[in-house]
Design a protein around this ligand. Structure first.
Ligand SMILES: [Zn+2]
Length: 264
């Protein structure tokens, strides 16, 4: 689990409705597994909100341990339908219910949101918040990312900025993050100075869209191997910062927002 906030006071269903309103969930088609909205509920007023990218067992248990009773996630419980998927799912749901953890999940709406979304969060974290941007990266009929242009960014600098996202400060390492940059995957097939950059979090590998938008660089979490090969041939830079690492922003910022209501 990523983090926690405090005391909201609404019931889980009511809070989930508010989240859906903020994220305009109804306006999105999503993949069948996404199942956006409240996935596990309870009847208590929510006292503590927490967030995690995935609704996996570890996050659910950590939420329980920290007395989080409303867990905001990006990848919910309903991905996959094999026998094993169903088994894992049933276990997670049982554990969430036992621990009194409601689970609210938002997939594409949380990627796309212009203020709280993953893609805008990543864009800002990379220091590109002031640049000219337009919606980019269509998934299920709607843009969930951004394209940035009007500047000149050294590929090397962009890679370093993405590498910093992956740094979790460790006291034993002091403040030095040396060596972490190697964990960002790069296909350096485009220009060394980037002028048109696409930013879409998670696993966005639609190079057709990248070519159509005439981008020279795509920053995303991960792509499959054939996409890397294709990018090399097309002369496009890929900066792959990690699926999870690029998708912490939405759950974090939505949680912050709903916790702040308490103070109003
Ligand atoms: Zn994802």
């Amino acid at each position: 689990m990523g983090g926690v906030g405090y005391k909201v006071g609404m019931r889980a269903q009511e809070l989930a409705r508010e989240c859906d309103r903020i994220l305009e969930t109804k306006k999105f088609y999503d993949y069948p597994g996404a199942s956006n909205g409240l996935q596990v509920s309870h009847n208590k007023p929510v006292k503590k909100v927490g967030w995690a990218v995935d609704a996996d067992m570890e996050s659910i248990r950590k939420a329980g341990k920290e007395k989080v009773d409303f867990l905001v996630v990006h990848h919910g419980l309903f991905w996959g339908s094999s026998a094993i998927d169903r088994k894992i799912r049933a276990k997670r749901i049982r554990e969430a219910k036992r621990l009194g953890v409601a689970i609210y999940s938002s997939h594409l709406p949380l990627d796309a949101h212009p203020e709280l979304g993953n893609s805008i969060g990543l864009l800002r974290a990379l220091g590109l918040g002031e640049s000219k941007r337009k919606p980019f990266g269509v998934a299920m009929g709607k843009a969930i990312g951004w394209k940035v242009e009007g500047g000149r960014w050294k590929l090397r600098d962009l890679v370093n900025r993405v590498a910093l996202l992956r740094c979790e400060p460790r006291p034993s390492r002091g403040s030095s993050f040396a060596g972490f940059a190697t964990r960002v995957k790069i296909v350096a097939a485009g220009p060394v100075v980037c002028r048109k950059i696409g930013i879409v979090t998670g696993g966005f590998g639609d190079l057709d869209q990248v070519v159509k938008a005439r981008l020279d660089t795509l920053i995303t979490g991960e792509v499959d191997y054939p996409t890397e090969v294709k990018a090399r041939e097309l002369g496009i830079n890929l900066i792959l910062g990690g699926h999870r690492e690029t998708e912490v922003f939405g759950v974090r910022d939505l949680s912050k927002k709903i916790c702040a209501w308490r103070a109003i």
